[in-house]
Design a binder for this molecule. Structure first.
Ligand code: FES
Length: 103
């Protein structure tokens, strides 16, 4: 068991209990934070866009090409943009910090 720390679009940070093997998008959605995730995690909508804290970026698996392609279509991306449905949570990501994009 562990946590992720998610900053919402109002600047408030939420400590969310995380579950091994769940997508980060699912953890955010399960706790009722506003994330659309229209495609349900199929890497087809980019409505699960988040900004990962820079110090965590290297601890994540690099984005696959289909994720990169979806991110490229977004109007506002940063160096640490990721699709949260493509990040599978595990103990190594305990304490992961990210910010919800868009809104
Ligand atoms: S939920 Fe659609 S791309 Fe992540």
């Amino acid at each position: 068991m562990g946590y992720i720390h998610v900053t919402d679009r109002h600047g408030k940070t939420h400590n969310l209990e995380a579950v091994e093997g769940w997508r980060v998008m699912e953890i955010i959605r399960e706790h009722g934070l506003p994330i659309e995730a229209v495609c349900g995690g199929a890497c087809e909508c980019a409505t699960c866009h988040v900004y990962v804290a820079p110090e965590w970026q290297e601890k994540l698996f690099p984005a696959r090409e289909d994720e990169e392609d979806m991110l490229d279509e977004l109007p506002e991306i940063s160096q640490t943009s990721r699709l949260s449905c493509q990040i599978i949570w595990s103990q190594e990501l305990n304490g992961l910090q990210l910010t919800l994009a868009g809104g």
